[in-house]
Design a protein around this ligand. Structure first.
Ligand code: FPP
Ligand code: MG
Length: 293
């Protein structure tokens, strides 16, 4: 299955919005803006912004604000990749088929580019064209998802500390749900909030996002085993080399694939009540599980 057909139209909206939100390369101090733009425009799939955008579409036809919120999520995602690739963390030279930010701009500038993208994300959210009560809820959701308690940084800490050690299913679940699923869940929730969804729907979409976010990292583990570096645009086979806690390492390939499918089915069930309005989100859920990069 290739990308769903609406995906490239959504990506074009996101690219244009990112372009508007990021300072120009020539804005002083120019080096940091070059580094930020280098990594943001290195060819990411824009999955989190597209999920945010399509989640808002269930509830609204006015999607500009959801695009802006989606870009704020992409800034956080890009910061996390830049920092994850640093020598002190996963120490990688290749990302999105290009030299990593620190390879191109040096470690100091890569640290600062990550810091700057995280900061720009919250500035962007604070200025988004969403009613103030909902805007504050979006900021809180995304802040929590990127943070230390069941959030991305917390998951990253557990991931680093689990390297080379035996982990059980509960520890692995914590890592995946925190490191990856939390921000994906927040993308869907933030889209629902930007689209004006009632609380019950925000909660339902949160459960959808949690399931696909978890499935996304299980599939990411599988791709690291099954695909080449050329296909992934990053160093393949690295999890095993670094003795990472992954689903294939603990359960094997077949069980991990079946688990990703089960999570996708769980996600689908949350959308049943929306009928055709959730057609795009359903296609995205399927795509995230069958993707090859
Ligand atoms: C690939 O996303 C990214 C992941 C599977 C998430 C991994 C989690 C981290 C690296 C957390 C790091 C956290 C800190 C605090 C350093 P993708 O396939 O959407 O990538 P793309 O944007 O290149 O398409
Ligand atoms: Mg990592």
């Amino acid at each position: 299955m290739s990308q769903p057909d609406f995906f490239s139209a959504d990506q074009a909206v996101i690219e244009a919005t990112l372009e508007k939100l990021l300072p120009a390369e020539s804005t002083p101090p120019a080096t940091i803006h070059q580094a930020m733009r280098y990594s943001v425009f290195a060819g990411g799939k824009r999955i989190r912004p597209v999920l945010c955008y399509e989640s808002a579409r269930i509830f609204s036809q006015q999607l500009d604000a959801a695009a802006t919120v989606g870009c704020a999520l992409e800034f956080i995602h890009t910061y996390s990749l830049i920092h994850d690739d640093l020598p002190a963390l996963d120490n990688d030279d290749l990302r999105r088929g290009k030299p990593t930010c620190h390879k191109k701009f040096g470690v100091a500038m890569a640290i600062l580019a990550g810091d700057a993208l995280l900061t720009l994300s919250f500035e962007t959210l604070a200025n988004a064209n969403v009613p103030p009560d909902r805007r504050v809820r979006i900021i809180a959701e995304i802040g929590r998802a990127a943070g230390t308690v069941n959030g991305m940084v917390g998951g990253q800490v557990a991931d680093v500390q689990a390297e080379g050690k035996p982990v059980d299913a509960a520890a692995l679940e914590y890592i995946h749900r925190s490191k990856t699923a939390a921000l994906i869940r927040a993308s869907v929730v933030a889209g629902a909030l930007a689209g004006g969804a009632p609380d019950q729907d925000v909660a339902r979409l949160g459960r959808f996002g949690e399931a696909i976010g978890w499935a996304f990292q299980v599939v990411d583990d599988l791709l690291d085993v099954e695909e080449s570096s050329a296909a992934l645009g990053k160093t393949a086979g690295k999890d095993q080399a670094q003795k990472k806690a992954t689903y294939p390492a603990l359960f094997g390939i077949e069980k991990s694939r079946a688990f990703a499918q089960e999570l996708a089915a769980r996600a689908h069930r949350e959308l049943d009540c929306y009928g055709d309005r959730a057609a795009h989100l359903r296609q995205l859920a399927d795509y995230l599980v069958v993707r090859r990069a």
